[in-house]
Design a protein around this ligand. Structure first.
Ligand SMILES: [Ca+2]
Length: 193
């Protein structure tokens, strides 16, 4: 199930080194009020299948702790329209994370689609379920899903404790619904490996 392991942790090592070189001023994990800063990077997309003249891609993302982060990533949402959400498949549920082995080497998420009340965003939401949360500078988890659509700027929102972080990344534009020559369940079944 966990297909995305590799570069996240390699990048973490480099980031950890930079943090050490930068000295202790770069982190304030024990501030009374706490803080929560993350970034979302679009890692790219790869073609998966063309069905009824609609091209599907696997879209990949990385969420990384930045600057000041003393609260763990509870959830994050990628802004996607209803048409795109109706055609999602293969949403990732785990990310490799060996940065804190005591918390486990995997992070497990559950997902929901629709309106996220916390960030007031409409899209695909990953909820932290168990494992090692993103709660340190340079720590990251990777996420992916299969969907159609052109690359376009899209919004994201993330929550850690009572903090909300927002930003813009790239992702699938509002996609046409494919011609239903077969049931959507049968179409999705083609993607299962
Ligand atoms: Ca962690």
């Amino acid at each position: 199930m966990a297909r995305l392991f590799s570069r996240c942790n390699a990048w973490l090592s480099a980031a950890a080194l930079l943090t050490i070189l930068a000295g202790p001023a770069s982190a304030a994990p024990n501030t009374p009020r706490g803080c929560f800063e993350v970034r979302v990077d679009y890692l790219g997309r790869v073609p998966v299948a063309n069905i009824n003249n609609v091209q599907y891609y696997r879209w990949s993302y990385r969420v990384t702790g930045m600057g000041c982060i003393s609260r763990g990533l509870n959830s994050w949402t990628l802004g996607l329209c209803a048409q795109t959400l109706s055609g999602l498949s293969q949403i990732s549920l785990q990310s490799g994370d060996n940065s804190e082995p005591g918390d486990g080497v995997l992070t497990t998420y559950t997902t929901k689609v629709g309106r996220d009340q916390l960030t007031n965003m409409f899209g695909l939401k990953w909820n932290f379920e168990s494992g090692n949360p993103v709660d340190a500078v340079g720590e990251c988890d990777d996420f992916s899903f299969v969907a159609s659509g052109a690359v376009t700027p899209i919004a994201w929102g993330a929550k850690g404790a009572n903090f909300i972080a927002t930003g813009t990344t790239f992702g699938p534009s509002c996609a046409p619904v494919p011609v239903q020559e077969s049931s959507w369940g049968a179409v999705k079944a083609l993607f299962r490996s």
